[in-house]
Design a protein around this ligand. Structure first.
Ligand code: ADP
Ligand code: MG
Length: 234
């Protein structure tokens, strides 16, 4: 199953969520490939300490490497297709090669998780089109929710239904919108609430996902819960 992790608004936690969900699913013995689909602002590789790997998705998208050469196994058991931070690599990358590359390997995994860029651009359209399900990441604030609702609509138009919503950074601000309000605004189910947790930032500073860094932290437990829901396991 291909899951695209997306949001309307930027900076809400897509990369954090993609990486942590991948590690959590691997802990449930699932074979998972996580893809850095944000080819201009590659961040995912950093959480797996793979941002300098070459070939990366850039070389796959420029035709210089086969997709299997750019997939690396992380010590958590997760398979990672990182994108490099190189601007030159970005310039040479042809996003039109993305779908074929991912579909070529997707059957070899239980889950392929695509960490998408923000917004509703051409890249996003491609990420949505190849996905079986959309996982929306939002924070409990108005703009994030309004943008997510639009993204969900265009995803459904592209034939990709919403799997559910990850409500991230709960407890950071006063006056946050509640789960029920959010569900009726987006017309989708909140699968899990991820609390604001400083361990997430500290983990990133150490080039780790929060689950490796602090497996018992509130955010880690929430990501494990999300993985269980997605894998349909208690
Ligand atoms: P996106 O991929 O949507 O741009 P990121 O995953 O890069 O978002 O997250 C943006 C920033 O917010 C990062 O610095 C990350 O460490 C921080 N962050 C994300 N989720 C949380 C959380 N639940 N608690 C604390 N910090 C978080
Ligand atoms: Mg990101």
């Amino acid at each position: 199953m291909i899951i695209t992790v997306a949001s309307g608004k930027g900076g809400v936690g897509k990369t954090t969520c993609s990486a942590s969900l991948a590690v959590a699913l691997a802990k449930l013995n699932k074979k998972v490939l996580v893809v850095d689909g944000d080819i201009s602002m590659a961040n995912l590789g950093i959480l797996f300490d793979m941002e300098k790997k070459k070939p990366s998705l850039h070389e796959v998208l420029s035709g210089e490497a086969d997709v299997r050469e750019a997939i690396y196994k992380h010590k958590t058991g997760v398979f990672v297709l990182p994108t490099s931070l190189s601007l030159d690599g970005y310039r040479k990358a042809d996003i039109d090669l993305f779908s074929d590359a991912i579909l070529d390997v997707a059957d070899e995994y239980d889950y392929v998780i695509i960490d998408a860029p923000a917004g509703l651009n051409r890249e996003m359209a491609i990420h949505l089109a190849i996905a079986d399900k959309l996982l929306l990441v939002i924070t409990p604030e108005m703009f994030s929710i309004v943008d997510a609702a639009r993204l969900k609509e265009s995803s459904e138009m592209a034939g990709t239904p919403l799997m559910g919503i990850v409500l991230n950074r709960v407890g950071r601000d006063f006056g946050e919108l509640g789960k029920d309000e959010i569900e009726s605004l987006i017309k989708g189910k909140v699968l899990v609430e991820i609390p604001e947790d400083e361990n997430i930032r500290n983990a990133a500073l150490n080039k780790k996902t929060v689950i490796e860094y602090k497996p018992k932290s509130p955010a880690s437990l929430a990501f494990m819960k999300l993985a269980s829901i997605i894998a349909g396991e208690p």
